[in-house]
Design a protein. Sequence first.
Length: 98
Amino acid sequence: MASTAPPDTNVNRSWKGVVVYASSQELLADKPSVIPAAAITREEGLILYEDMVLWRSFEDMCAQMYIRGKMFGFVHLYNGQEAVSTGFIKNLKPEDYV
């Protein structure tokens, strides 16, 4: 018989002796009900989009070259995650390092 109890809303995880505990109410308490739109201009948005398209094209070409045996070793592609790297890179400052 299936349980009709509501799902557990608490998070309790342990890793290497460190215990993390939070409830969904605590996690959502400081989040606004409406997330405001990003404060970028149309031109900035187009630059970000162009960078994402460029990276997707580059990775597609890497995949083709790897399949054809033109690239050796291991290839880890990031397709589908272009927005993550593009946004991260554009927010780096000269004093930052990775």
